[in-house]
Design a protein around this ligand. Sequence first.
Ligand SMILES: [Zn+2]
Length: 137
Amino acid sequence: MYTRLENTDSLPNDEYLTNEQVLELHNRLIDQANELLENAQNAMSELTENQEMDPDELDVAISATNRDLSLRFADRERKMLKKITKILERFQEGEYGSCDECGEAIGYKRLSFRPVASLCIDCKTEQEQLEHNSWDR
Ligand SMILES: [Zn+2]
């Protein structure tokens, strides 16, 4: 399943994830994604419940709800959900835990703290320095 990770025996460092660690982080990401989805659904049902209306009115209400929902379901949460979805694809490819930039192991310590990390700490630091000036764009 995680072909790349099965080859860790030959690697000189212990930075690569064991299958157990991969599973643990995978489960944590799934939980987090479910939680975010649940929040979105709760926000949605709060807005739609106890409203009886005909189909035309309902259409209008749904567009209004979507607008409202996107405001209520905070920008940060939507971005996080998108990020988790993207990261979960990496599990399927067996590439979870490798840096997007340099391909080096991100390391369990960093991933345990931040399971959605897609860059190693070096590349992340570099990216933040590059983005620093355009942060508000
Ligand atoms: Zn890197």
